[in-house]
Write a protein that binds this ligand. Sequence first.
Ligand code: ATP
Ligand code: MG
Length: 416
Amino acid sequence: MPALQPVRGTQDLLPDVARRHRQVSETARAAALLYGFDEIVTPIFEFTEVFARPIGEHTDIVAKEMYSLKDRGGEDLSLRPENTAGVVRAVLSNGLTQSTPLKFFYSGPMFRYERPQKGRFRQFHQIGVELLGVAQAQADIEVIALGRRILDNLGIGDRVSLELNTLGDPESRAAYRDALVSYYAARRAELSEDSQRRLDGNPLRILDSKDPADIRLNADAPNFHDFMNLKSRDFFLDVRAGLDGLGIKYEVNPRLVRGLDYYTHTVFEFVTTDLGAQGTVLAGGRYDGLVELMGGPPMHGVGWAAGIERLALLIPEPQKPARPVAVIPVALVNEFPAVSEAEKLRNAGLAVELIYSGNMSRRLHRANRLGARFAVLLGESELERGEATVRDLDSGAQEAVSLGDLAERLKEMQSP
Ligand code: ATP
Ligand code: MG
């Protein structure tokens, strides 16, 4: 049998990495609650149409990256490549559209068929927030401020910077799109193959192409800021004024367009130079047309998603769990009393490792390897007296403690 391998682009999160992931998601969840964003959990697969139309048939995600399958009932299903469409689907299915504003936080796995590399996987994890039903720029400002706060609370605030742009309202965007199409169509042969394809479906996306030929053409492409109507201009000014008022620094990047079709007005990314090519850690924007596009009423929306893997690579080492107490049976004929003492200590809230087998020196060695500070040694004569020996594995000091006082005494010794 061939060696069992994980599927390409998936990975096992061993405890040290899983701890980093948890640090990211718990820090984010706590900060989100400060802003009133409560957790929502939607299924990791949906009908394919939940993603296809809203994200856009011509986006990389829908055109090349979705894990789609037919189930045994013949339904067309896809693993979620992102969670915004799923959250909006949940809002519609649960009849929540009357109770706006709605504020949700989520955390969980996403799936995209991409070329795996550092910070890029086929199963990856995102945290994210969605704020639905608010037209005002305050929504954009608060959602960005929350992202900023999470990055600060994770201790990586000064390793990321905020890039900001606007795609304007649909009217401005359509005018710009037309201008882009005529500019690129006149130079079609000079575009990369990918961008020739984008020209027909998703011309804005050419602007953030990494291909050298495209980059040359992009330098002289029409500038969106010349196509913005007054409403779009004012909205962007409000967002900027709000961020300025909060002291949140940003750079306006006119090339920032984001990959999904559903964005309008504000788009933003928090980026770092510390992760090589995969520099975007948190990204989002306003998506005012999305709910209606999915069959709901007109409803404003703004949100972001952040890649947990990328954040987990950046954050400082999280605190390890408390050092356990090791319970070590010493030549007991029947070791069950050790199991029972271990359980009593856990009932009192102590972390306990029962050391299962081997002679005394092997068991002590194992206790040290587990990082235990104190060992509880249980031998026949001690048990008869209702006692245990507590040994400080760091100093070697030991004392006899009656079993009834054991938990309290260990707690005292752990926090003198
Ligand atoms: P990229 O340009 O890196 O492909 P994207 O625009 O496709 O990113 P979004 O759809 O905006 O990314 O997702 C938000 C965040 O999720 C990204 O900024 C990134 O941190 C993370 N992310 C996206 N795709 C992956 C992936 N395949 N593996 C790991 N993290 C990912
Ligand atoms: Mg991508």
